[in-house]
Write a protein that binds this ligand. Sequence first.
Ligand SMILES: Nc1ncnc2c1ncn2[C@@H]1O[C@H](COP(=O)(O)OP(=O)(O)OP(=O)(O)O)[C@@H](O)[C@H]1O
Length: 499
Amino acid sequence: MPVPAAAMALPQDADEVLKLAARSMFDVFANTAQGMLVVDKHHRIVWISEGYKRFLPALGFSDEHDFVGQPVEQVVPNTLMAEVIDSGQPMLVDLLTNKAGTFLVSRLPLRNDAGEVIGALGMVLLDHPGAGLQPLMAKFVRLQRELDDARRELAVHRRTRYTIASFIGNSPAAIEVKRQARRAAGTSSTVLLLGETGTGKELLAQAIHADSARAARPFVGVNIAAVPDTLLEAEFFGVAAGAYTGAERKGREGKFKLADGGTLFLDEIGDMPLALQAKLLRVLQEQEVEPLGSNKVEKLDLRVIAATSRDLAVMVTEGSFRADLYYRLNVLPIRLPALRERMPDLDALSDHLLADIARRNSQPHKSLSADAMDLLAAQRWPGNIRELGNALERACLMTDDLRLAARHFGDLLPVPMDMPTRARMPLRDEPSEALLQGARPLGEALMQSLLKPLPVAVAELEASSIRAALSATKGNKLAAARLLGIARATLYEKLGQLG
Ligand SMILES: Nc1ncnc2c1ncn2[C@@H]1O[C@H](COP(=O)(O)OP(=O)(O)OP(=O)(O)O)[C@@H](O)[C@H]1O
């Protein structure tokens, strides 16, 4: 390919001069760069320079002919040549790291006379940039390490903790839930989990993901009720770099994108504002997303599991939930029974929760006496399994005894103490006042319950009020927050503190 310049007379024609210039530049680059390759518009390698050949063994090739003709992304890991061809934009300087080493590279699109991209040219400018570019390389290595650490940490958080086997219980209701969950795990259809607060909706969502073909991909959860309405859109769709000033200047990925290939868990879907419901429906139908401030549509492959403690069908008739979104979500509905509907599971659940408490607090695994079991069975449990776990944890912390008796729960449970037998039925429709005070003779009981440090008394009253509000609103957190006169996000924060 080198052209002996002296042998040619300089043409007068400017076009010819340009062509000649391009040709000599190509030769200069081919001879001075450490290596050079050319790919066609289908990303296939069509030519490599003499210099490039020495990288072939490290890329796993002994023969040039096996390398040339291959799609570049298949034989040069992490290359961005395809991106240059598809975008038509050059990448003048970049660092490429793969199994052959780290290289300072440059990538240029090649165009025909009509200006169409017909391929790209890749150059290895330096094959050991460490020596000549010490400060830049040190920064690159540090950023790369930080990125790897952050990715590892994210992966740990995104890994689901539960499988369907973690859903404890062998009552007919629990067995039916697990059967439906297994069926859902075998498909990629949208699942709608319905049930009161603390019945295990999030646990089951994670379990369905972990038992599905997407298990190795991310599980990303969004609690819609806990995010202020004004931030929800950015949370879901992400923000394009440069779209805004301030904290969002660099842009950020939305939850849709983060869950790409895996499962997106939309908790408290009933709390989604109407305007956003229309946008969510579009994403679910089209499986594509457009970050805020960008005009680039990105393709997605998402499985959605939604959950709610509210009655979506009623919300549809009231006009606060879109009918089309409801039908789109309600493909595989699974109803999680309240704890009071699966009392045969109380023993197994309590034992499982006690084992968990023991592990987390490095304590021995405690058990329950018969009178304690009777007391627990007599509760209404508006906060369901989460509330049972809290009551057990507080009782465990109150005593060193290895066997928890009814007296250890004395002040913790709002249950009438005159009926401590397992035969006592759950108090389904008791008014919240009775839940708060119990039916003990007021004078002495009240005295006893008031004799404690004020912060403890305040915390207990707060927990009781929250329980009562959730009970009165059948687990509807938005309505409960209104009853309590606090913001929905505050209620979530307090529920989080309660465990
Ligand atoms: N069947 C079960 N087996 C074991 N643990 C359970 C079961 N159901 C719920 N839990 C535990 O109870 C707690 C609450 O469960 P989870 O957060 O899944 O409930 P939820 O229905 O999503 O609640 P919310 O609607 O308030 O978000 C968790 O600690 C979970 O591990």
